[in-house]
Structure formats: structure tokens, C-alpha cells
Design a protein around this ligand. Sequence first.
Ligand SMILES: NC(=O)c1ccc[n+]([C@@H]2O[C@H](COP(=O)([O-])OP(=O)(O)OC[C@H]3O[C@@H](n4cnc5c(N)ncnc54)[C@H](O)[C@@H]3O)[C@@H](O)[C@H]2O)c1
Ligand SMILES: O=C/C=C/C=C(\O)C(=O)O
Length: 480
Amino acid sequence: MEALENYIDGKLVPPGDGRYLDNINPATGQVYGQIPRSGQADLDAAVTAAEQARAGWQATPAEQRAALMERIADLIDRNLELLAAAESEDNGKPIALARSLDIPRAASNFRFFAHAITQFASESHAMGEAAINYTLRDPIGVVGCISPWNLPLYLFTWKIAPALAAGNCVIAKPSEVTPKTAYLLSQLCIEAGLPAGVLNILHGLGGEIGNAIVTHPGVKAISFTGGTATGAQIAAQAAPKFKKLSLELGGKNPSLVFADCDLDKTVAGVARAAFANQGQICLCGSRIYVERSIYPEFRERLLERVTALRVGDPLSDVDQGALVSEAHMGKVLGAIETARAEGGKILCGGERLVPDGRCAQGYFVAPTLIEGLPLACETNQREIFGPVATLQPFDTEEDAIGMANGTDYGLAASVWTENLRRSHRVARQLDFGIVWVNCWLQRDLRTPFGGMKNSGVGREGGLEALRFFTEPKNVCINYD
Ligand SMILES: NC(=O)c1ccc[n+]([C@@H]2O[C@H](COP(=O)([O-])OP(=O)(O)OC[C@H]3O[C@@H](n4cnc5c(N)ncnc54)[C@H](O)[C@@H]3O)[C@@H](O)[C@H]2O)c1
Ligand SMILES: O=C/C=C/C=C(\O)C(=O)O
């Protein structure tokens, strides 16, 4: 059985104390590999390597760093099939989705930040005839990047690429649930000729190696994507050490459907927003609010579309694969039970699915739509992070905005209307870091990405990410 290795100081190495975790294919329920269960000694070795590499990487001209990153992007493209198969096997997602979304985006992340760093500039502030200020933006040094399991290589590279581009050395930890593509990336970094120690990838448990990265005195900033509770724990540990923090956390995102929408496009868009990647995207629209006058028709059209989703073996031609783990499937099924107990009416789904053949032991849940629940209930307040969405009618624009804003989260909202004024008016009043109008997950990597309220602190993307991964220093030159 294949055992993955850590990537430390430019080499692939087993964990220091020889401990491993099982890697499970969620579509079959079978163990198919071993993952290093890294500990403090592995981290110390990685931080030492990163500290040694630091001066050289920082002094490497941005164009050369960019060229190396472009080489990594080319290698990701060249290995698309290998990486897509690994992502699907680790995560349970349809291989077609990994091929069309996850892996191309990982290459784009490297390419985007390779270009961005060559265009990055810092500010200057003139004080008339008295003085001039200019701001230096140097790399922070050694930084930590910790990512989740839902879009494994996509989100792992979304953090690593800007950190490296800005001249930092990185200690990165992928989710222990989906480590394989990060391991393959370490092989590609070696092939690309990335200098030793610039990027170090450690595998293992969040509560062990993840926590050790957060608390290590040599790691000066943490970029984290994951659950809100984990984010709070990381913030509590990092704050007294005055580490710079970027937190991308959970969501409970609304889709607002107005009677003046383009119904065909809206049904398709809202269904995709709710169920893409088995509903396991922090941006998924899991609360669907529909203007009452079109509620019956929209509900029927949406139900038709959702019940037609093909769920099954991620290697075959399906719309939905498996959920990421047995534990996560248990949580999602538990949330559906809670919805039932709260008086929700299950319109479709609501149960585990057992496909025939090799996936009979896999972790599949039927796409589920629920109606009849108030805003103030657990189902509409807690992130479920699975193929489960609720439907509610609304009467006025004001009501819709109030319901949309009525949770502790504030990551992403989508608004579906053909009325231009309404789209601007509603977007302005929504308390979310991202508002999509007549689209969902339409990504421009230059834009600020992240959430308000319990959905996080800080923004990723474009210059925001490069600013996060640099330390500004203002120099004031007096003319006299
Ligand atoms: N806002 C976003 O951009 C975004 C993107 C994807 C996922 N998410 C959120 O992530 C969650 C699902 O992902 P998950 O279950 O992997 O999240 P998680 O918080 O359990 O784990 C995320 C990562 O953090 C590590 N980790 C866990 N405990 C840690 C600790 N104490 N210290 C340091 N690291 C630790 C894990 O090993 C993993 O690598 C959902 O809530 C989802 O909304 C948010
Ligand atoms: O599950 C969360 C998805 C995050 C997506 C991004 O960070 C992105 O598209 O850049």
C-alpha cells in the first residue's frame, strides 16, 4: 500500500517517528494508502530548512520566482489526469469535476500569482515640500498555510502560491482527509527545481501537526481555511504570539430568487450553487429564498432538476460523487434528522444512497431539499456542508435581505434578478464578503475573497493576498 511522504528541505522523507494514518477512498470506503502522522521533530526540521532557504529565496528576483512558479503550473497542467484521478479518489468528487475545476484552478493559482508579483508595487505618500514617505513590502519570512479537504489542491495552492510569490518560505499542511494531491505537488516542485526548503509540506492531524505549526515561534503568519470552530481555536492560540492571521471559515449562504429573474438560468444556477461538489463548498447556497409569486413554479422546476442529478461512482458520468468521509456523512445525515425534528418537509433526498458495485460501501447522500422551516432554527443557522438546502418564500425585497443577513455567517450571497437597480440595491445591503448577481462561483482571481462575521477575518486574492504575505515598512525622508 502506498505511503505518502513529507516534503522537507527539498526531499521526500518519511515521518520522523514512523507513525502513519490510513487514507480512505470515500467512494468505496476502502483504505488505500498511508499518510505520515507528522510530529514536532518533522516541523522543527521543516522550519530549520525554511529559515535556511529564506535569505536566498527573498533575494531571488521576482521574475525568477515567477518563472519557477510558471514551471510548476505547467507541470500541473501536464499531469492533469494523474492529479484529477488522485483528487477524486481522495475526496469522492466526480473525476470530471476535478478535471474541469480543481486541477486547472491549481495551475491558475500558480500562474496568477507568478504574474501578479511582477506587477506588485508599494505606495508612496508625498508631504509637499517637507518629506516623502515610501513603503517597503518585504516578505514576512516563514509562514504557515493550512487548508481543508473540500477543494484540496485548489485551496492548498491558493495559499501557497501568493506566499511563495511574495518571497516567503512556507510550511504547508493539507487536510489529512485528502493529502494525495499535495504529495504529488511536492514531487512536481522537485521536478520544477524549486530550491530546497522554500516549500515544505507536512502531513498529519490538525490537532497535532496543524496545531504545532500555529504555535511554532518560527512561523510568523498563518493563512487558514477551514471550519469556524477551528478558526476560533487558531485565532486564540496565534493572537498572544502576535502572528498575522488570515482566516477563511464557514458559510451559510443565501440564494435570493426574485420574480423578475430569468427562470431557466436561475433554476440551473441555484441548483449548482447548492449542490456543486456535493454541497461541500464554503460558498454553496444552502438557503434558497424565493419571491412568493413564483415560489410554486420555482419549487417544482428546482425539484425536477435536483431529482435528476445522477449520484454514484465518481469515476463514471455522474453529477454527484461521495461525501468526503464516513464521519462527515454521519454529520450530514444527522443534520437532516434535525431538520425533520424541527418540522421541515423533505421534498427530495433525505437519506443515504447505496450504489451498486464497487461503491456499495461508499459515503453517498441523496441531494436533499427541505421546506417549511423558519430562519431561527438549527437547520437554517448551522453550516451543514453537504448536499442539503432549504427553500423558503419571501414577500418583499426587505424581507429577503433580512432573512439573508439573519445568520452569524457572511461569506457569499447570490442574487437572481433581471432588474438592474434591484441588483445594485440588494447587493449593497447584503452583509457578505462576496455577492454574485445572476451567477455563482464566477471567479476573478484579482478580486478580494473572504467573509464577514463568523466567516472569517481578512481577504485572499489578488493584491490582498500579496499584502497579507508581506510586512509593510514605511520610510519617511525629510527633505531639509
Ligand atoms: N471560507 C473558505 O474559503 C472555506 C473554504 C473551504 C472550506 N471552508 C470551511 O472548512 C470546513 C470544512 O473543512 P474541514 O473539515 O477540513 O475543516 P477543519 O477546520 O476541520 O480543518 C481544516 C484544516 O485545518 C486543520 N486543523 C484542524 N484543527 C486544527 C488546529 N487545531 N490547528 C491547526 N490546524 C488544524 C485540518 O487538519 C485541516 O488541514 C467547512 O466549515 C467550510 O466552510 C471554508
Ligand atoms: O470552499 C471554499 C471555497 C473557496 C474558494 C476559493 O477560495 C476561491 O475560489 O478562491
